[in-house]
Design a protein around this ligand. Sequence first.
Ligand SMILES: [Zn+2]
Ligand SMILES: [Zn+2]
Length: 367
Amino acid sequence: MKAPCYLCGEPSALEGLCEDCYNKDHPLIEFSTPLSIETCKKCGSVKVPGGWKTITPSTSDDIKEEQVGILLDREIKPLVEGVSLTLEEENRLDRVLHLRVHAVGRSDPSLNEHEEEYPLEIRFTHGSCDMCNRISGGYYEATIQIRADGRSVTDEEEAAITALARERTISAYGKDDKAFILDIMEDKHGFDIVFGSEHLCRRIVEEIELLYLAERKDNYKLVSQERGGKGKYRTTFLLRLPQYVVGDFIEVSGNPCQVLKIGKGGLSCYDMLKNHSFTMSQKSAKKRNVSFIAPASEKRAFTVVTYVHGQPIQVMDSTNFEMHELEHNESTKGIEHGETVYLLRHNDKWHLVPIMQKDVEGEINGF
Ligand SMILES: [Zn+2]
Ligand SMILES: [Zn+2]
């Protein structure tokens, strides 16, 4: 027979104590109450030692729950392995939250699981985090200027580049406390995106530069000089997009081509001399000679007058009714009598323009 518990006289289980007395003496968790939490009134970030912890948007629709989670992760200390916690909200006011904390676990592996319950009060104070302070102070380190060679930046390009910049900024959110876009400004020819973080901005610049085969120019402007210290610079990255857009005509290694797609997968073109489509990575496009021939609007509409095997295809210019002949090849397959086709004149020769597939057009500038 075991000796009785020296506190209550029940049969003892461990170290001379019964299970209940042992559990009371060895709680599962430890924390102090009331706890205070400082949150940013603009973005909801929680102040933690050494900085602010951001709330990732859309993880929960209850921001207070997220904030409390960050606080309690730090403040509630489990004293044994394998404790599971649940929180029950008892009362919620603007600045005070009353919770009941339930902990389930074993005070010692040899004992049964038991539950403990404690009241917890959390007091909220509202402040402004470093990032929101910077934004409201108009802080910025770098700007991307998007322009295009010999034309204005298109709405599609602006939408795609802005989306890319936002996506990269959101991914850096929480890791870089200057990861914000301060402003986007449009003008007649293009637009500027103003960034809090030069580091983030530079990464986005490198991505756009490669994606669009843009020409890049970096400008550094000294904004302040501390005595004996390093100067503080603001950087402007000018990215000039090529003259061509999807649908336009370019010369690649001497052959006339139509641009089918510009995006993450590379630059896709249709070679109108060899009659096949191909995709080259941005890196290889840089090495090859790519030059602008004409905008998409330069192509001319023709009507197929006769289409007979073994004979050249007769086409008629829809504007001046002049006749031309086309040789049969890969790209003339499937052409029907009476159909409208488009031709481009380049180096004194007419070239059949490929029929753009809908899915290709739909993916313009996709990244
Ligand atoms: Zn006891
Ligand atoms: Zn904030």
